[in-house]
Ligand binder design. Structure first.
Ligand SMILES: [Zn+2]
Length: 343
């Protein structure tokens, strides 16, 4: 069987640290802002103190070594874990999601974060809280910046059904939030997008960019249960891209993950909506190159989705994609982020 060590022998810009995790292999100096990160206290479950030590990350989101293919988004050709048995595949899907969040909660602490920043030349992590209808974790994200103002920038996260959404957005901006993050689906919204559009409008008014989790992994349309497919498709790009038609032209919308496997559709939206951006976590060297060729490099943002994914993987993809274009590299790694964050 193929080992991790054998795999990275052929991978430029990647090496393993002593824990066996992927880290950046690059000697010259880089200036990097990671536009998509999380921490253990800003996830949908009960917050964990980020000062807790230890608990190495296992990164269950990374495909198994024998299934890794870094040249495509999400880095695997393996089919989504769905079978014809709807109930079984749903259980499998939920268990997988649970183990990912558990790993992020155990290992998304300051000590692991700073280690990863150092190993990968990351100057600043933009921390994206994931609020639910029941729990708003924006204050926790702001606390992270208060603890370490040189290492972090915080977004807030307000659920569209929050009755005080508008006032909260204004308040969080005053407290230092530089944008709003949301992970929501058409299932949760029951296909009624009015509250989400109102949230968009409140952000536009407050001059805060908004980043949404967008996209799906490649789903084999001929197999699998309907329920699982529905779940996987519930954050697909067109749901949110379509809403931009209701917004002013200068509304700053960031397609989180560049739509994963739907990056070509994200490129079409970026052409149509000049104030929209694409954040690159989970993309490949080829898809990043595609986005640069289609929409230029001034609206692309490096992000990693740490601690769900190692910071080094998407980062090394950006470096490969910009090998011949150091200006593009600079814009994607820091200049575009600075412009958006008013740094
Ligand atoms: Zn994320």
């Amino acid at each position: 069987m193929f080992t991790k060590k054998e795999l990275i022998q052929y991978e430029k810009y990647l090496k393993l640290n002593e824990l066996g995790d992927f880290v950046l292999d690059y000697d010259d100096k880089l200036e990097i802002i990671d536009f998509h990160t999380h921490m253990c206290n800003i996830l949908p479950l009960k917050p964990i103190d980020p000062n807790t030590k230890g608990n190495n990350l296992k990164y269950p989101t990374v495909p198994s070594i024998e299934n890794i293919d870094f040249s495509i988004p999400y880095w695997t050709r393996e089919d989504a874990p769905i079978s014809r048995n709807g109930f079984l595949s749903l259980i499998k899907y939920l268990l997988n999601a649970y183990s990912i969040v558990q790993d992020m909660m155990k290992g998304g602490n300051y000590s692991n974060c700073f280690r990863s920043q150092e190993e990968n030349q990351i100057g600043i992590n933009v921390v994206l809280p994931l609020s639910t209808k029941k729990r708003d974790c924006s204050q926790e994200a702001l606390r992270i910046v208060k603890d370490y103002p040189d290492r972090f920038i915080a977004f807030c996260s307000v659920h569209p059904d929050d009755l005080e959404a508008k006032a909260k957005i204004v308040k969080y901006k005053a407290l230092g939030a530089k944008g709003l993050k949301l992970k929501i689906s058409d299932i949760e919204l029951k296909n009624d997008f009015r509250s989400l559009i109102n949230l968009f409008k409140a952000c536009h008014e407050a001059e805060l960019p908004i980043l949404l989790h967008t996209g799906t992994i490649a789903v084999n349309q001929n197999s699998g249960s309907r329920l699982c497919k529905k779940l996987l498709m519930s954050t697909r790009v067109e749901i949110f891209g379509h809403l931009l038609e209701y917004m002013p032209r200068d509304f700053v919308f960031i397609f989180g993950h560049s739509g994963v496997s739907e990056y070509k559709l994200v490129a079409e939206y970026l052409k149509k909506f000049p104030a929209s951006y694409a954040e690159l976590s989970s993309q490949s060297q080829d898809s990043i190159k595609y986005l640069i060729d289609e929409v230029g490099y001034e609206r692309l943002l490096f992000g990693s989705d740490w601690p769900a994914l190692p910071q080094a993987i998407t980062l090394s993809r950006v470096l490969i994609a910009t090998e011949e274009n150091k200006e593009a590299r600079d814009y994607i790694l820091n200049k575009n982020a600075k412009r958006l964050l008013n740094l």
